[in-house]
Ligand binder design. Structure first.
Ligand SMILES: Cc1cc2nc3c(=O)[nH]c(=O)nc-3n(C[C@H](O)[C@H](O)[C@H](O)COP(=O)(O)OP(=O)(O)OC[C@H]3O[C@@H](n4cnc5c(N)ncnc54)[C@H](O)[C@@H]3O)c2cc1C
Ligand code: SF4
Length: 1015
């Protein structure tokens, strides 16, 4: 029988499907999206694992009717099916040669929350945090909370039997599912849940496909019941294998829970009824530090007896890696001295109750033989920072500077908590024997251990060694009575090893379970059961030889390789979250994988493979995916593995347009410095053509600007020509960088900066040559020109660079060029390195160099918006300190992009998305700000978006400091603190335009008279 199965399964794995016929039929039958193009197939070719399989096509159903039609057509065409949520699976269960049903876009709603019955009914694509936030209104929660809680879906959690920190409180996903509405591959739809024996008999009697399935399940329970009782490990985190234990009568013949963890290999979940549990409103955290991770593990059973609601652990390699990546510094600083840490969370109705539980634990531990360092943390913000150290572990350990790449493979084994210490010691010993290195961390309360190891998955020998290691590791964990997977599922990484854990009889029971639901073996074939080998379908593999084209950027942190840079994305999927951080504004506005950081990185990587994306630099699929990238660099700082799509986009576009004309806007905005310099000879005249009705419409048409936008007006006098008349002020020299925006458009900012720097005792110098950092050129991939401009700067400023004169920039995106792009383009140029080191934002410079200066107090309330490049490359710390120093009480809108992002919002086809992004956070916050609040934004594009999307005008930090120096009070400046400045600017502009108009009129009248006179 088992041979027959294998035959059948092998045939299924290599099934030929008429993909174009299927796509055509799907398009004719469903409301949702049908995407069988190469770009979409490449986008979904991998999940968060080591594996890659290109799907047949992708379908996004809008509703259950769509799903019914899709499954029915797939069956008609014999196509395998793979359901997908957030695609964050880590064992290869979410990639396959199949039709992918992505539930995350349209079928992501909460159907009902019933606080009285403590249940919620949800669609499969709902993101866990959306459910948790809705339930929290009733002080309820869905307890299992994977680290991916802000992007993983309930469908995916059910698929994987996911768990998290708070599984200690209320179990895994299987313990929290009451009922499922499911669909089989042969289109039988049914609701499944706990089944009484009478009900079971009735269903079997009624017959039909449902009766047949229940009959088979009953036979499995009867035939293998004793073996299941004997051989299923009795530990909190057995996630490997099918949940046959739930078919036992003592577990209520719970068919829904038996299907949890089946990884999409049995049925499609259409709706889930979830159990909600009380969410303790008050929580405190105890940080416990022991000399090493093993001693942490040894104390787990004792700590668990104090009934915490969460117990996590991590070692000093994790803190070392985190430090080397320069992230979570505040969280790290709050950890106590030690070599291993436990985070113990207590929850209760009141803080006092939670604290008393925590103190109980601390007292007990201090009576032990080895007393750990301990801290009770009641401050919620501090606790959040500490949790961040643990939550970012996977990303932190994936791509460590100076270390080889680390991969999943043995990432989530579990044992009984009382055996954790010995298991960790043995595991580390085995890792050392194989020459592997990896941090040990995880859900210690349930003894589930995470680690990513430096497997070589690119050579035959490396892959053979990887296989040998996981085989031995499986023997080790089985020897401990544990589970190969304690959290992420079997997928392809562990499935081949399951016989070691369950033995041949239970493997046969698993086959029968799969066959009962999916006799054609078309649901996610080759995963979990009758699997692909764990060393096939690897993303890399022994034949890995990506295309390594010549690039402008040198990618110094990725060995000079674009393919290596794009390989950084290991599918963490943090870019798919909808709140918190900057990344990724275009995903938030579209909720499309293609417009996420992960999607973009995957497509670029696929381009270097040349298998599905075959046109290299000319790929329309890659171009389309990068099109809505705002180049905000949010990913560079927010993504735990530092994917930097803005840089990849600039590189790609530079080649995509080689020998081709770019869109008009590229020439208009990319060369803005050139046009602005030209316009500065007759700004009034140019403003007439860009500001007066009718003329301005023509100007917008010519420059490719959407009609809804206003073109920023040129200042009547540039900052540099104003500065020429100033005298040397004495004091140490500071070079103020006259960026295009503050020189030609908003010179008041640069003038304010001069005043502030001089007040702080510095002598301001300004380069007289026409220099530009080329920031706008990057957005259009005009990298040859960008490099020329940078080299010109290095030549021109050589004396100042050599003399170590600090360069102060006002526009964050220009400072970011010197601190980021310059080093990526010229990593070995000593002058570039020096310039990067000695360039500062005004706030950074003042923070580091003006301890002697006491700026006047300026006690105001303010809304502070940071430019994305500022947040990503420089961070907001200095800006915030300066504001605090002068007494400004500021509040920041949730960190997000303004949507303008350089010229992005000025481009014809980007207006809608630009406004949609602006409306996510910033614009509503500006509109809501009380009239007497300052609106502070340093970025020119942010200031434009605010000006064009509200009736407020934002001020630069330099202007706020200037106001402080002038001692202005909010009341004497008009309705808003910025009103008098705005009015003055308008008067100046009008005067200059009137003069230009009169001049033009006089010139025309003169030439008319001259003509008559000549006649
Ligand atoms: C950085 C990182 C940290 C993680 N931390 C944790 C953690 O702490 N705990 C944990 O448990 N996991 C963790 N994971 C793994 C993963 O995030 C979880 O398993 C998550 O619940 C998967 O959700 P998803 O929506 O991404 O599912 P997907 O990956 O899209 O799918 C998961 C499985 O469910 C199946 N599936 C999806 N929808 C359906 C449906 N409608 N019907 C039937 N089957 C379906 C899929 O076929 C697949 O087999 C982590 C992953 C990453 C990348
Ligand atoms: S640069 Fe910004 S918009 Fe582009 S992918 Fe990264 S986070 Fe998204």
């Amino acid at each position: 029988m088992s041979n027959g199965f294998i035959q059948l399964v092998q045939t299924t794995k290599s099934a030929q499907v008429d993909a174009s016929g299927l796509a055509q039929s799907l398009r004719a039958s469903i409301q949702g999206d049908v995407r069988f193009d190469n770009g979409s197939r490449a986008l979904y070719a991998t999940d968060g694992s080591n594996y890659r399989q290109v799907p047949i096509g992708v379908v996004l159903p809008r509703d259950v009717d769509d799903v019914l039609a899709i499954v029915s057509l797939c069956r008609e065409f014999g196509a395998p099916l793979l359901c997908r949520g957030g695609g964050t699976s880590l064992a290869g269960q979410c990639c396959n040669v199949a039709v992918i049903l992505d539930f995350s876009k349209y079928m992501a709603g909460i159907t009902e929350i019933d606080p009285a019955r403590r249940i919620a009914r949800v669609q499969p694509g709902v993101v866990l945090d959306h459910l948790r936030n809705a339930a929290e209104k009733y002080q309820l929660t869905f307890a299992p909370d994977p680290a991916t809680h802000d992007r993983c879906t309930l469908g995916g959690m059910i698929g994987n039997n996911s768990c998290g920190v708070h599984s200690v409180m209320a179990g895994k996903t299987d313990d929290n599912i009451e009922e499922l509405d499911i669909l089989t591959y042969d289109c039988t739809r049914m609701k499944v849940g706990a089944t009484s024996s009478e009900e079971l008999e009735r269903i079997i009697r009624e017959g039909g496909r449902r009766g047949e399935i229940y009959g088979n399940l009953k036979a499995i329970a009867a035939g293998y019941g004793d073996l299941i009782r004997q051989r299923f490990p009795k530990i909190p985190r057995r996630v490997s294998g099918y949940n046959l234990n739930f078919l036992l009568p003592e577990n209520g013949f719970h068919v829904a829970r038996a299907l949890v963890g089946s990884e999409g290999t049995c049925v499609t979940v259409l709706e889930a009824t979830c159990r909600l549990v009380e969410s303790p409103p008050e929580r405190v955290l105890v940080v416990v530090a022991y000399p090493d991770i093993y001693q942490c593990a040894d104390h787990v059973p004792e700590i668990m007896s104090h009934k915490p609601i969460g117990l996590e652990g991590f070692d000093d390699l994790l803190t070392d890696y985190t430090r080397r990546k320069g992230i979570n510094s505040e969280g790290l600083s709050l950890l106590l001295e030690g070599g291993g840490w436990l985070l113990v969370e207590f929850g209760a109705d009141t803080v006092q109750e939670a604290e008393s539980q925590a103190r109980g634990l601390m007292q007990a531990l201090s009576r032990g033989a080895s007393i750990p360092n301990m801290r009770l943390c009641t401050d919620k913000q501090q606790a959040k920072r500490i949790w961040e150290v643990r939550e970012s572990s996977l990303g932190v350990t994936s791509h460590v500077p100076g270390e080889p790449l680390n991969w999943e493979g043995w990432e989530d084994s579990a044992v009984a908590p009382e055996k954790l210490g010995s298991y960790l010691r043995d595991l580390r010993k085995m890792m050392a024997e194989f020459g592997y290195k990896g941090s040990l961390y995880g859900h210690f309360g349930h003894a589930c251990v995470h680690t990513r190891l430096n497997f070589d998955l690119q050579s035959k020998a490396g892959i053979a060694k990887y296989r040998k290691f996981v085989e031995q590791a499986a023997d080790l964990v089985v020897g401990y009575g544990g589970s190969l997977s304690g959290e992420h599922g079997d997928g392809q990484s562990r499935a081949e090893l399951l016989p070691k854990m369950f033995g041949p009889e239970l493997m046969q029971a698993f086959r029968e379970f799969k066959s009962a639901w999916d006799p054609a073996w078309k649901m996610n074939p080759g995963k979990l059961i009758e699997p692909y080998r764990l060393d096939e379908n690897l993303r890399l593999g022994a034949n890995y030889a990506p295309w390594e084209p010549e690039t402008h950027f040198q990618f110094p942190e990725d060995h000079g390789s674009l393919s290596q840079a794009s390989l950084r994305c290991v599918g963490v999927g943090a870019c798919r979250r909808e709140e918190g951080g900057v990344m990724c504004p275009s995903y938030r506005a579209t909720r499309e994988e293609e417009h996420s950081t992960r999607g973009r990185a995957h497509l670029l990587w696929e381009m270097t493979q040349g298998e599905v994306i075959r046109d290299g630099w000319r790929s329309e699929e890659v171009k389309q995916s990068l099109d809505l990238c705002l180049a905000c660099k949010g990913c560079k700082s927010d993504c735990p593995v530092g994917v930097d799509v803005a840089t990849y986009k600039a590189e790609f576009l530079s080649h995509y347009y080689e020998g081709r004309l770019r869109p008009r806007s590229a020439y208009a905005f990319g060369n803005i410095d050139f046009w602005a310099r030209l316009a500065s000879h007759a700004p009034g005249l140019v403003n007439l053509s860009t500001q007066l009705p009718f003329l301005r419409e023509i100007a917008k048409l010519v420059a490719g600007i959407p009609s809804q936008r206003s073109i920023p007006a040129f200042a009547p006098q540039t900052f540099k020509s104003w500065f020429r008349r100033r005298r040397n002020n004495g004091g140490p020299p500071v070079l103020l960088w006259p960026d295009t925006f503050n020189n030609y458009f908003l010179p008041a900012t640069a003038k304010a900066a001069v005043e502030v720097l001089e007040a702080a005792g510095f002598n301001v110098i300004v380069p007289q040559a026409n220099l530009c950092c080329g920031r706008p050129l990057y957005d259009f991939g005009m990298l040859d020109r960008a490099k020329e401009l940078l080299l010109q700067i290095l030549d021109e400023l050589s004396p100042e660079i050599e003399a170590g004169i600090p360069v102060v920039g006002l526009e964050p995106s220009c400072v970011a060029v010197f601190r980021d792009e310059l080093l990526n383009l010229f990593p070995d140029d000593k002058r570039a390195q020096a310039l990067a080191r000695q360039t500062f934002l005004l706030s950074e410079f003042l923070e580091a160099n003006s301890a002697h200066w006491a700026p006047p107090r300026f006690e105001r309330r303010a809304l502070l918006h940071g430019h994305c490049h500022h947040k990503s490359i420089m961070r907001m710390t200095a800006e915030e300190s300066v504001l605090q120093r002068i007494g400004v009480d500021f509040h920041s809108p949730a960190p997000g992009c303004c949507g303008m992002a350089g010229s992005f919002g000025f481009e014809h086809d980007k207006y809608d998305i630009s406004m949609a992004i602006g409306e996510l956070e910033l614009l509503p916050a500006v509109r809501k700000a009380p009239d007497d609040w300052l609106i502070i934004a340093d970025g020119f594009s942010c200031r434009e978006q605010i000006a064009q999307g509200s009736d407020r005008r934002a001020l630069h930090l330099a202007e706020v400091l200037q106001m402080a120096l002038a001692g202005l009070s909010a009341s004497d400046s008009g309705p808003y603190p910025e009103s008098s400045r705005v009015l003055q600017r308008q008067i100046d502009l009008r005067t200059s335009m009137t003069r230009a108009g009169l001049g033009l009129g006089a010139l025309m009248a003169g030439s008319l008279l001259l003509r008559r006179w000549i006649k």
